[in-house]
Ligand binder design. Structure first.
Ligand code: ZN
Length: 164
């Protein structure tokens, strides 16, 4: 990520239109250039996720070593939100311990379902908070959380998950 973009990510948002503009920029950017979008040959865990409501599907490849997510990638097809979320999920989880990855999964899930006030509660979400807006759109919550559920399934050694 270039310096200018990361400083935009770090700034506080004063109004919703600003947030939604940033949200759109980030979604577009990750759609055009999804990060870690490939099959990972060194993966020792894989899981498939499916969101029947929207048709999003993806495979998460994970290489776990000594309790750390050494590498992670994804492949699949789906809407812009699901793809951008998967791209950012891989960036966030790479290099994290199993416990840290689980914490991120829990915080992200609570944020998009409206259980976590990310402004008021200390958390580790960082730039992932741009997805907070999806809680206003229940059908989109599953698009945003699909990759996280799939990553969590891989972490737990499960082969598949569905948002149903
Ligand atoms: Zn979707």
């Amino acid at each position: 990520m270039d310096k200018q973009l990361s400083s935009i990510y770090d700034s506080r948002f004063t109004n919703m239109s600003e947030l939604s503009e940033l949200y759109q920029q980030v979604i577009l950017d990750h759609n055009k250039k999804p990060r870690n979008f490939r099959k990972l040959e060194s993966a020792n865990r894989t899981a498939e996720g499916y969101n029947p409501l929207c048709g999003d599907q993806l495979t998460v490849y994970m290489q776990m070593e000594d309790g750390v997510v050494k590498d992670i990638s994804f492949e699949g097809s789906g809407c812009a939100i699901s793809k951008a979320s998967a791209s950012m999920m891989t960036q966030s989880v790479k290099g994290k311990t199993k416990g840290e990855a689980e914490t991120l999964f829990n915080e992200f899930h609570r944020m998009v379902t409206g259980e976590l006030d990310e402004e008021a509660t200390p958390n580790h979400l960082g730039r992932l908070t741009i997805f907070a807006g999806v809680r206003e759109f229940p059908a989109r919550v599953k698009c945003a959380s699909l990759s996280w559920h799939t990553m969590h399934a891989a972490l737990e050694g499960e082969a598949a998950t569905s948002t149903e």
